[in-house]
Design a protein around this ligand. Structure first.
Ligand code: G6P
Length: 602
């Protein structure tokens, strides 16, 4: 995914930009470049290689108080030096970096060529540089020139524009692709991702879709009336691997701490309930909720499924989950007494954002369960619960998903306690939640054993993930993880459905991961394992139920928890299992092929 960084202020922009680009490397890219103003001229450096190559190519002694940089993930045109950003107009006045896709690029490029402009790249972005230069040739502010051009542009963009004649400012714009301003003291940063800024400032402003802003060292103007900066929780270390081989492994191991953070200040012992101030619902309003519906995509959807089960069990009101991508397209019936929960790590997923907008339009009651503070979904919802997982870098979600499920346990507890959940029942859940971080640590202490099981099964081409009731969303998320990062075909099935079809596929080459929580369905799950093994299928049992060792080909154990909370624990070894299978297969674990961390475009 492309990355943007920009700077204007008292320092030399060059090292700030290089450092920022380096922080964005984790998003994946194929080329990089930057533009600064040196001795009154644009100085552009680009490479079809790594940020390190860009650093090596930079001319000694170049200083500038303003500049823009970019890591590119090719969409229009090959990943080569010419197509790398920044792009400029023919006179070398305007430089542009851009994330997203301009949908009418073809038409804009044709028009420019018809007007006699010579295009030197295959990109959609170059057209913007020429158009902005033409508009900037007229009198008036650069921002106005950019606005006039954007009126003719269709598609998604996060954009930063540098004008050599106005080296005191940058103009930025957002439509569907994140742009965040970083406020420093007499300096201003801009980036597509806070990762590029946290080393310099924690005070940020997320631009809204459709917003255009001018930033100068001392101030910013966004066109919107006053905007309160958000303080980001991220730290530089969150974007560094430390002793880990990759971010997924690091983030798996951060789960105990992430869980502590999501629970901090939210467990109320006195009334045996949860405190979730951000959802802004009093007891009467909570009692008025007749149904809860979770909406999210990918892992956020599976976390929503876990949430639906938790809410049904703890609050005894109907709850379910649906992919936000389906919800937004099927003209849903919106019920005013349903609490809708939009679930998203990034807070930028377009399908989830659109589902929220559809809900609001129809008068639905929607809260966010979002990790990135200040992100679009959180702001659109206006109220909700932050996940406090810390920045998640690997594409495959681990700690954010765990915190989503823990958050939904808190929500279930809160709604349950204004309804029929007794104080003793609430107490039991509060204690169960408090025990989770340490229990996850115990699971992770056994990573070697899980890795050994993963290596034994890494040759499989297909796998089943089987669960029933509490084990079912766990199985779905487990299969998703394996697919995402190892490219092994995995399918999740409800245990009871096995004999209605998929059992036909079981043989020695189709291993099954069977989830066995310690609930009153243990005997049923044991018989599922026996049915699979009787047909020559190999089984990895993931369980808290103290199953005998010889019941399956491998048994992965997790501590026993309060039954409603067990899915949160049972999911953790499945992350580790997928991780080690992918590692054994030599996959690029943090950046699986064809996937992006957040899908902000259609
Ligand atoms: C993408 C990622 C998934 C993620 C989903 C939802 O598809 O590849 O791993 O679960 O988006 O992301 P969100 O940021 O909304 O939780």
């Amino acid at each position: 995914m492309c990355g943007i960084v920009g700077y204007v202020g008292k320092r030399n922009a060059v090292p700030v930009l290089v450092e920022g680009l380096h922080r964005l490397e984790y998003r994946g890219y194929d080329s990089a470049g930057l533009a600064v103003v040196h001795r009154g001229r644009l100085q552009i450096t680009k490479t079809a290689g790594r940020v390190q190559d860009l650093r090596d190519k930079l001319r000694e002694g170049v200083r500038s108080s303003v500049g823009i940089g970019h890591t590119r993930w090719a969409t229009h045109g090959e990943p080569n030096e010419v197509n790398a950003h920044p792009h400029t107009d023919s006179s070398g006045r305007i430089a542009v970096v851009h994330n997203g896709i301009i949908e009418n690029a073809e038409q804009l490029r044709d028009q420019l060529q018809a007007d006699g402009v010579r295009l030197v790249t295959d990109t959609d972005t170059e057209a913007l540089a020429h158009m902005i230069a033409a508009e900037a040739a007229q009198d008036g502010a650069l921002e106005d020139a950019v606005r006039r051009v954007l009126r003719r542009v269709e598609g998604a963009y996060g954009l930063v524009v540098l004008d050599v004649r106005r080296p005191d400012q940058l103009v930025v714009a957002r439509n569907g692709s994140p742009i965040v301003l970083g406020l420093g003291e007499n300096e201003m940063f801009v980036a597509s991702d806070v990762a590029a800024l946290v080393r310099y400032t924690r005070q940020v402003i997320y631009l809204d879709d459709g917003e255009v802003a001018t930033i100068r060292a001392a101030d910013y103007q966004t066109g919107m009336t006053s905007r309160t900066p958000t303080t980001v929780e991220a730290e530089t270390g969150d974007y560094e691997l430390g002793p880990y081989a990759d971010f997924m492994n690091k983030e798996i191991h951060e789960q105990p701490d992430a869980l502590r953070r999501v629970l901090r200040g939210r467990l109320d012992d006195r009334f045996a309930t949860a405190r979730l101030g951000g959802i802004n619902l009093d007891a009467r309003q909570l009692r008025g909720i007749r149904q809860v519906k979770f909406l999210g995509c990918g892992s956020a959807y599976y976390a929503g499924q876990m949430g639906a089960l938790l809410v049904e069990e703890l609050a005894r009101i109907p709850a379910d989950a649906e992919p936000a991508s389906e919800f937004r397209y099927r003209s849903p019936v919106v019920d005013p007494d349903t609490l809708y929960v939009a679930v998203s790590q990034s807070g930028e997923t377009i399908d989830t954002l659109m589902a929220v907008q559809e809900l609001k339009r129809k008068g639905g009651q929607v809260i966010g369960a979002v990790n990135v503070v200040g992100s679009a979904i959180g702001r659109e919802c206006g109220s909700g619960v932050f996940l406090h997982a810390g920045p998640e870098v690997a594409v495959a979600s681990t700690k954010a998903l765990t915190n989503m499920a823990a958050t939904f346990a808190l929500l279930g507890l809160l709604i349950g306690r204004v309804r029929d959940l007794s104080a003793a029942g609430g107490q039991r859940i509060v204690a169960g939640l408090r025990a989770l971080p340490e229990q996850v640590s115990r699971i992770l202490a056994d990573e070697e054993a899980i890795a050994a099981a993963a290596h034994r099964f890494a040759g499989a081409e297909h796998m089943f993930y089987i669960g029933r009731v509490r084990g079912w969303p766990v199985a779905r998320e487990g299969a998703q993880k394996l697919k995402e990062i190892s490219y092994v075909h995995a399918e999740a099935y409800q245990a009871g459905e096995l004999k209605h079809g998929p059992l036909a596929l079981i043989d020695g080459s189709m291993p099954s991961v069977v989830i066995v929580p310690s609930d009153d369905l243990v005997a049923k799950n044991i018989s599922t394992i026996e049915q699979i093994r009787a047909r020559g299928g190999r089984v990895i049992a993931v369980t808290s139920a103290g199953l005998p060792e010889d019941l399956a080909d491998a048994v992965i154990r997790v501590p026993r928890a309060e039954p409603e909370l067990e899915p949160i624990l049972l999911n953790v070894p499945l992350q580790t299992l997928a991780y080690h299978m992918a590692a054994k297969l030599g996959r690029d674990i943090d950046k699986p092929r064809n996937l992006a961390k957040s899908v902000t475009v259609e």
